[in-house]
Design a protein around this ligand. Structure first.
Ligand SMILES: [Zn+2]
Length: 258
């Protein structure tokens, strides 16, 4: 399997082999020695930025099923601007979803976090700070930030989350360690709505609908007006296409709280 450890060992062995070959036969072109390093660099970038790659740690990004089930997830809230409308649409359509909340926003809007939980939705940890440089934090600093988010969520809802969604969807060795030591279950997605950059709800609707498949986890943001604008239509359409919208932890068969 393509992961951090295996590729490191493989490319190290390949470099050693090239060096040995260079000594034993005639010297190889210098560029050949640099090639494994360049491949390794590209793999590290790919592994960091592709949440479903499983390069640094296994992240759950969908359910392996042929059944027409999907799960909706909303990141980065609670937001005073859009979370209430999103909650209203979910409630009216009888839909349960997952909210990966930012701890400091839970501190800003504890009543909204409480409402998310009371109305039957799942709350997960999406870091406390969602800091722009979060991925450059030490593993210890990451864990402390994640723990702070747990405390904020627990204060607002009485529940301590186990599911963690990496900020920006980026994973690396430090985060893998923080996840392991903190006992979190990392959860990603396999349908990215790109709703943070979408202006037009119609286009967003078409984009997401075209990507729906059995077992999908859809990434939305409850900070997005475009998502609030298309959500009702989206839920109506997937249901009329025969899909059941399940709560993420139920679709993946996980216990979501500590
Ligand atoms: Zn985020």
């Amino acid at each position: 399997m393509l992961n951090f450890r295996n590729t490191g060992i493989f490319l190290l062995a390949l470099t050693a082999l090239l060096v040995a070959a260079g000594y034993l036969t005639h010297p190889l072109p210098k560029i050949l020695y640099a090639a494994p390093l360049a491949v390794y660099g590209l793999l590290l970038v790919y592994g960091s930025c592709t949440i479903g790659s499983g390069f640094y740690c296994k992240v759950l990004c969908g359910a392996p099923t042929d059944r027409k089930v999907i799960a909706l997830s909303f990141d980065d809230g609670p937001s005073a601007a859009h979370t209430p409308r999103i909650l209203e649409i979910l409630q009216r359509s009888g839909t349960e979803a997952a909210f990966f909340c930012i701890g400091k926003r839970v501190d800003d809007h504890p009543a909204l976090a409480g409402q998310i939980h009371r109305e039957g939705h799942l709350i997960g940890n999406h870091s406390y700070s969602h800091h722009f440089w979060f991925d450059l934090f030490s593993s210890r600093a990451m864990r402390s930030d994640m723990g702070q988010a747990d405390s904020s969520i627990e204060k607002a809802t009485g529940l301590r989350p186990r599911l963690f969604r990496p900020p920006y969807g980026v994973t690396n060795p430090n985060l893998a360690r923080a996840i392991r030591r903190g006992g979190y279950i990392p959860v990603g997605w396999n349908v990215r709505s790109l709703d943070t950059v979408a202006g037009d709800p119609e286009k967003l609707l078409a984009r997401v609908l075209s990507r729906i498949r059995p077992g999908a986890i859809v990434l939305f943001h409850d900070t997005s007006g475009a998502t609030a604008g298309m959500l009702e239509q989206f839920i109506g359409k997937v249901k009329s296409d025969g899909y059941q919208v399940m709560r993420l932890d139920k679709m993946l068969n996980l216990s979501p709280y500590a």
